[in-house]
Design a protein around this ligand. Structure first.
Ligand code: GLA
Length: 710
């Protein structure tokens, strides 16, 4: 036969009796193509389901006749592209198909990694003919699954409501999770999970290493089978592949597991070890002070220095000056990156020196990909803006995007940003992106169907140049909050601002959704003011901390407006966080219950040797609670044989609670009654109706055998 089937995708196998997996084979080509589990599908092959690629050939037809030719192993596969790929692959299996009539080679590449069950998949299309062809659609992976009873979990929402978890039953038809915004978007994240119902527990998850418009389709078909395609969106897509040229697609990740917790664990490990920049692997993210929700555009240098002094005294490590250092409102100056002389009389380098002098790292906000029409850059280079000549562009937040398909634009940005990093001695950049694409056009990128793909190649090339030159520079990615939370941006950043919604209760849902596919170490979470600026809800400083401590901690409120009690609380919070920073950011994450289903639930993080663990226990309070039973809360992930010293973080809004000792076995089987522990002394400050407490588990001794179990 001329095709390559996915005979099996599941747990690792021990033997190699592959005959076991051979199902029924069909003689009729089209039956074969639609009933057997294909790994590659195209028009003209007899399969009428969603294909892996659509090519418009030189003869005007959409028909291809690919035949499987060979497979081979390649060590350290490294395609010639600016797209980011998962780092440190061990080996790759390359499978080739050839269309003899059209002279096109299709390569599907499966890469595997040390200590990981994740497979990274991508493909290359090489045109050997003497004519140009059009690639109209191309997904990075096609996976055919058995059966039709699947639940699909996606992470969707909007600004301020990013990555809420939603589960839908797949029905006959095609379910598409996608983005057409020119970014991975807050609407639908590229991370998806499928659960097969019925036989055993089978979970499949996928993600794409790409930050632009993406598309994940799940097609339930009529022969008791289901197909998944994951890749860039074919929306407005038409790549002209000239003779001799190879088109390279982004890499998709896929994983199979028997539990959702394991999917999360594997994804976390992979992001920490194979996605984020090598120089940042395992490095704790510093505790940040960010000026945005504290002072917005209205500040003086003295006000900032005052805040920085307080931040330092409280234990903060990095001072970030957000928007406002080069303008007084959001209507102008994007693109110029000239400091506002009226705010910083002696310039930015001098201000940075003062911050560094306090013993703090210093960071600045940028929105490199945008341009204001009220700017010097626009006056001198209107052609740098992403607009279609003679058509009025859509302005979002008063701004346009820059045309990153144009090398002169990326060179300009590289020059201006690296100059500031060097002169100001920046330790950190917040890389924001506050609008989506509406008017895709470029005078230099002649074929508009390649626009987005080339835009992201330009962006990644720029980010690579900057991170290669400044490997220690910390980049926090951001896009109106968490509107571009994806593996593409993470390939160049340490973490991503999770959401502009800093309301503790709402953040729980955003963070829980995000943590399904992304680790704590890349989730940036700040304690902000109460009442919250987005929702108006009030929550105690301790609840705000307990929820931010699930990710990478920062503060984003005006310390000058905090009470002494709050400042005292903050100081203790930071000391606590610093003590357990590695555990909180890199420990194994386990969900106990879920904010989406339970009113009492917990987020556990456990060290590799299980000798230390932390659990943030949260109660969502609504009406009808008085007099209900206080059943014990059961922990998870602790070692049964270890006796732990259990203590509860000392909070300013709770009476001091003393610790106790217990075995992991007992803590996970019986648990701890929690009702009393959640009582607060300042209930009037809590219109948000959440209560929370942090448990710390530290081993006393390790019992040698099971006999000593109680
Ligand atoms: C976006 C970000 C915010 C802040 C503002 C500044 O909205 O998400 O955190 O940086 O821009 O304009």
């Amino acid at each position: 036969y001329d095709d390559l089937l996915t005979l099996y995708y599941g747990n690792r196998l021990i033997g190699n009796n592959f005959e076991l997996f051979e199902g029924q084979r069909y003689n009729d080509l089209s039956e074969r193509r639609m009933r057997e589990k294909q790994s590659f599908s195209f028009i003209g092959g007899g399969d009428v389901r969603e294909p892996s690629i659509i090519i418009k050939n030189f003869d005007g037809s959409f028909v291809n006749k690919f035949k499987y030719t060979k497979s081979y192993l390649e060590k350290k596969y490294m395609p010639n592209t600016f797209l980011p790929y998962a780092k440190d692959s061990l080996t790759s299996l390359v499978s080739e198909y050839y269309d003899e009539e059209s002279e096109i080679i299709y390569r599907r590449i499966y890469s595997v990694f040390k200590d990981s069950d994740i497979i990274a998949v991508n493909c290359e299309i090489e045109n050997f003919s003497n004519h140009a062809i059009h690639v109209l659609s191309a997904s990075s992976v096609t996976l055919d699954l058995e059966g039709t009873d699947y639940d699909l979990t996606t992470f969707s929402g909007a600004w301020g409501r990013e990555r809420w978890r939603t589960t839908n039953k797949i029905k006959n038809g095609i379910f598409i999770n996608d983005s057409k915004t020119g970014s991975s978007s807050p609407y639908r994240n590229p991370f998806i999970m499928l659960k097969r119902n019925g036989i055993g527990n089978s979970f499949y998850a996928f993600n794409l290493i790409y930050s632009g418009s993406h598309k994940e389709s799940v097609e339930q078909f009529s022969y008791n089978n289901t197909r998944v395609n994951v890749g860039i969106n074919d929306f407005c897509f038409d790549y002209i592949l000239s003779c001799g040229e190879t088109f390279i697609l982004p890499q998709a990740l896929m994983i199979y597991s028997e539990s959702e917790n394991d999917i999360t664990k594997q994804m976390h490990y992979f992001v920490n070890n194979n996605i984020i920049p090598c120089a940042k692997r395992g490095c704790p993210r510093p505790i940040v002070y960010n000026s945005w929700e504290s002072v917005y555009f209205n500040f003086t240098e003295d006000k900032l220095i005052g805040l920085a002094e307080k931040a330092k005294a409280l234990g903060i490590e990095l001072f970030v000056l957000d928007d406002g250092w080069f303008r007084d409102d959001d209507k102008s100056n994007l693109g110029d990156w000239n400091v506002c002389k009226s705010k910083f009389k002696n310039g930015l380098a001098d201000f940075a020196k003062r911050i560094h002098g306090l013993g703090l790292k210093f960071g600045l906000w940028f929105e490199p990909e945008s341009i204001s029409e009220k700017s010097e850059l626009y006056n001198s280079h209107p052609d740098y803006a992403m607009v279609v000549p003679r058509k009025t562009p859509i302005r979002i937040r008063n701004q346009l995007l820059l045309d990153l398909t144009n090398d002169s634009v990326t060179e300009y940005l590289y020059g201006i940003i690296s100059d500031i990093v060097e002169k100001v001695k920046l330790d950190y950049i917040k890389w924001d992106f506050n609008r989506y694409m509406t008017d895709r056009y470029s005078p230099v990128c002649c074929n508009n169907g390649e626009y987005e793909y080339r835009y992201y190649c330009g962006l990644y090339k720029l980010l690579k140049k900057i991170t290669d030159r400044f490997p220690n520079l910390i980049i926090e990615s951001c896009a109106s909050g968490g509107s571009r939370f994806d593996l593409g941006m993470l390939s160049f950043s340490s973490y991503i601002w999770c959401s502009d919604n800093t309301d503790a209760r709402e953040r729980i849902f955003i963070q829980e959704g995000t943590l399904c596919g992304y680790p704590q170490s890349v989730l940036s979470a700040h304690v902000s003011a109460s009442p919250n600026h987005q929702t108006g809800n009030k929550t105690s400083i301790e609840n705000r901390f307990n929820i931010a401590a699930v990710g990478c901690l920062g503060y984003e409120l005006d310390f000058d407006k905090c009470s002494e009690t709050e400042l005292d609380g903050i100081k203790r919070q930071i000391a606590f966080y610093k003590r357990y920073i590695e555990l909180l950011q890199f420990g194994e994450f386990l969900k106990i219950g879920s904010a989406y289903e339970d009113d009492l639930f917990g987020y556990m993080t456990v060290s590799d040797n299980k000798r230390t663990a932390i659990c943030v226990v949260i109660k969502l309070c609504d009406c009808g609670e008085l007099g209900i039973n206080d059943f014990p809360f059961r922990f998870a992930g602790l070692s049964p044989n270890i006796e732990y010293n259990v203590c509860i973080r000392n909070q300013v809004n709770k009476e001091k609670i003393s610790g106790f000792r217990a075995y992991g076995q007992d803590l996970c089987s019986y648990g701890v009654k929690i009702g009393k522990l959640l009582k607060e002394t300042d209930r009037e400050n809590n219109s948000n109706s959440i209560r929370s407490v942090i448990f710390v588990f530290e081993s006393i001794e390790c019992l040698p055998s099971d006999e000593k179990k109680r």
